[in-house]
Ligand binder design. Structure first.
Ligand code: GLY
Length: 310
């Protein structure tokens, strides 16, 4: 099979003057993931490498540069899911992990559990040789400034819901047909301490099934959770006959695109929320859709060229 990769740096109200930073982050994610896949490496290594690169980018809401919660702390969530075994590894509300996707992979591979949170997740990291970081090293000057503004604004629930959300993710298929998806986030700006959104929840912010496809979501987590969006996309990829576009002569170019569009429509109509998703069908065809002003994403086209949006 031909290897395939799609990554995102988040959907939201990305201002024009920040678009170049988001493009740079997406390119770094594609380069890191494609380096693995183009040399015949495994999808799981590619997704981990891509998401580590995205977490390291201070412009994106994951790892370094994440939004701060109401108390001014970074609390991170991540998940990695293997489409062959359907096993996932997820962590939530961790504060001292620089690259939560690495810890999510450890949970996937070394734990009998699928999700660990807070202090217990950090204890697991230490037990398995992943060093804890100084939480202040995850905080950028711009995140601190934004936090100060949010506090003085006394943001309402609605205002927070409309804020740009960020989140990063990747879906990869390797030459052997293994499909893996992952998502990592700092969550919403000014969130309540302990709040966990869609990102690390299996079926909400991420899903992978090599008999259907792989998905990573971004946007307002409380809306995405209502419709269990990633699993919904996987179910539609498995059987797209219920899609209206499937019955139309002139619709989206691929079933994968029709599924992505349908999920975002349902997110808007049924959950009254905005967001985006990237996905890949079981043949490795990528697609993306969003209802926010922008979403930063990119994929590798069949000729090996990087296509980066916006
Ligand atoms: N989609 C990221 C979050 O709501 O936490």
């Amino acid at each position: 099979m031909r290897a395939s990769l799609i990554v995102h740096g988040g959907a939201g109200n990305i201002p024009e003057n920040a678009a170049a930073d988001f493009r740079r982050g997406v390119r770094a994610g594609l380069e890191a993931g494609w380096e693995v896949l183009s040399q015949g490496g495994a999808a799981i290594d590619a997704v981990e490498a891509a998401i580590v690169a995205l977490e390291e980018d201070p412009a994106l809401d994951a790892g370094v540069g994440s939004h701060l919660n109401r108390d001014g702390h970074v609390q991170l969530d991540a998940i990695l899911m293997d489409g062959v075994t359907l096993k996932a590894g997820a962590v939530a509300a961790v504060e001292r992990i620089r690259n939560p996707i690495r810890l999510a992979r450890m949970v996937l591979e070394k734990s009998e559990h699928m999700m660990l949170v807070g202090a217990g997740a950090e204890q697991f990291a230490t037990e398995h040789g992943l060093r804890l970081c100084d939480p202040e090293k995850l905080v950028t000057d711009s995140a601190r400034q934004e936090w100060r503004k949010t506090r003085t604004k006394r943001a309402t629930k609605e205002a927070v819901a409309q804020e740009p959300c960020g989140t990063v993710g990747a879906v990869a298929m390797d030459e052997r047909g293994n499909l893996v998806a992952g998502t990592s986030t700092g969550g919403t700006r000014g969130k309540h301490p302990g709040r966990v959104g869609d990102s690390p929840l299996i079926g909400c912010g991420c899903y992978a099934d090599s008999k259907a496809g792989g998905i990573s979501c971004t946007g307002y987590g409380e809306g995405i959770m209502k419709i269990v969006m990633a699993k919904m996309a996987a179910d539609l990829l498995r059987d797209p006959r219920v899609l209206p576009a499937h019955r139309k002569k002139r619709g989206p170019a691929t079933i994968a695109q029709a599924v992505a569009d349908a999920c975002i429509r349902i997110l808007e109509r049924r959950a009254h929320a905005t967001g985006g998703l990237i996905l890949m069908d079981r043949e490795g065809r990528p697609a993306a859709a969003y209802s926010t002003p922008r979403m930063a994403y990119g994929y590798v086209d069949p000729s090996g060229r990087f296509v980066i949006v916006p």
